[in-house]
Design a protein around this ligand. Sequence first.
Ligand code: SF4
Ligand code: SF4
Length: 199
Amino acid sequence: MHNHEGTSQLATGDSRLGTKRRADTSLLGLLRLILQGAWSICVGLYITALNFVRPGVCERYPRRDGKPDWKPRPGYRGDFALISDPERPGGLRCIACLQCQNICPDQCIHITPEGKGKERHPKQFLIDVGLCMYCWLCVEVCPASAITMTPDYETATDRPEKLIRDIEYLRERGKEFPEVLRVEMQLRESRESEVASPE
Ligand code: SF4
Ligand code: SF4
C-alpha cells in the first residue's frame, strides 16, 4: 500500500517536473533563462571588479618587495621560544608539567623532566617544527606561560632534521625576542585575571 502511494506520489512529482521542464522550454522560459544567465554574469563581473580595486590582504614574500625589516602582523605564529626565568633551575619558566606535550595533536613535543617539586624543570625540550600545525594549543594550555611563538617566519630548510628545536635553541629564541614575549605574557596574564574575576 505504502509502496503504491509512494509510487503514485513519485509519478505525480515526475509529472510536475515534466510540466516544469516543458514550461522552461517555452519562449518565455528561454527568455527568463537568458536573463538569469546574463544577470549572474553581471554579478560575477561586479564582484571581480570590486575585489580588483580593494586593498589586498595578502603580502608577497617581503624580500621580493625590498622590505628586509618587514615583520608579520601581531598574532603571527612563527618559530617557538621558551621564556626565561633566571631564578628557576634551568633558567626557564617551564616546570616540565608535560601538558603541552600531552595536548599536542601532532605529537611534536618531547620533554625530558628533571628534579622534583619546585625544582622540576626540563632537562631536554624538543619540538619538531616540521610536524607542527601551529594550532597554539601548547601555548594556551601552559600553566606557567613558559612557551610561545615568535614572529620568525623563516623556518624553511632542505633537511627535515634541522626542523627539530632543542632546549638550547628554544632558550636562545627566548632571548632573541624578549619584547615579543613580554607583550605576549602581559596579554596572557591580563586575560587570565579577567577570567578569574569576570566582574
Ligand atoms: S602549535 Fe599545536 S601542533 Fe604545534 S607544537 Fe603546539 S600543540 Fe603541537
Ligand atoms: S605546558 Fe608549559 S610548563 Fe608545562 S611542560 Fe609545557 S612549556 Fe613547560
